[in-house]
Design a protein around this ligand. Structure first.
Ligand code: PGA
Length: 261
């Protein structure tokens, strides 16, 4: 199974989501269905029910795997946290199966710590939501040879006391210097980061069985074909390019080629 995940970030209104899914439906209908790639859309929370209500038939087609995720949530069940969306609210929206956790924008703009991210990973798993945990280094950290140290620190603290046998536990390697910059990491860099992540998890002896590792950072329909040649890669987390249905679907199709039809 490979994963093609859209992170819409703080973009799209109802009318945009409607055109997007209408377009996606046409594209999907034209193609033979392929269920080895899971498409996951993470819209802003305000659009989750709108998408589920209007396009459930598309998401639940049976031969086509598309699911919904959130971009973040608060691990507390309820309480005085003005503006937050709690884990219980996520569960109340019964269409949500995934949650992006620890995205670098949350870490840097909203000062989220690995300890808080750890609470989210555990809350997600305890409640049947599958985590897409983001890790990655800054350019300075890469240039000073600190990538492995940074990945170790992030994984150690954000996965503390986590045990998961679900094969759908995703770790997104997202080097910060590649996010939204138009400058994707090259294949060797991604391959070596993925190996680092696997060996760190092994050394930490955390009970995460077969974590899947995906890549995010300026993936688009021009570079997806080359990036999908990386042998230990299980898919993509896509920001900017996922806002365009044609482009997102083209990337999805590229992943198809890696599995064969
Ligand atoms: P990008 O974003 O594809 O626009 O670089 C990726 C992400 O933030 O997950």
């Amino acid at each position: 199974m490979k994963y093609c995940i859209a992170n819409w970030k703080m973009n799209m209104l109802k009318a945009d989501a409607h055109s997007y899914f209408t377009k996606l439906k046409c594209l999907i209908n034209k193609d033979k269905q392929f269920n080895e790639i899971k498409m996951i859309i993470c819209p802003p929370y305000t659009l989750v029910d709108f998408i589920y209500g209007g396009f459930e038939y598309l998401l639940d087609e049976g031969t086509f795997y598309a699911q919904l995720g959130v971009q973040d949530f608060n691990p507390n069940k309820d309480g005085a946290y003005t503006g937050e969306i709690s884990i219980n609210m996520i569960l109340d929206s019964s269409s949500i199966e995934w949650a992006i956790i620890g995205h670098s924008e949350r870490r840097s703009l909203f000062k989220e710590s690995n300890e808080f991210i750890n609470l989210k990973v555990r809350a997600a798993l305890d409640n049947g939501i599958r985590p897409i945990l983001c890790v990655g280094e800054t350019l300075k950290e890469r240039e000073t040879d600190k990538t492995e140290e940074v990945l170790y620190y992030q994984l150690k603290h954000s996965l503390l006391d986590v045990s998961c046998t679900d094969k759908d536990f995703l770790i997104a390697y997202e080097p910060i210097w590649a996010i939204g910059t138009g400058r994707n990491a090259d294949n060797d860099t991604i391959e070596s980061a993925n190996s680092m992540i696997k060996s760190i998890l092994k050394n930490l002896k955390y009970k995460i069985e077969k974590p899947k590792i995906i890549y995010g950072g300026s993936v688009n329909n021009n570079n997806a074909k080359n990036l999908s040649k990386i042998c230990n890669l299980d898919g993509f987390l896509i920001g900017g390019a996922s806002l365009d249905a044609d482009q997102f679907y083209a990337i999805y199709n590229t992943l198809k080629l890696t599995i064969g039809d």
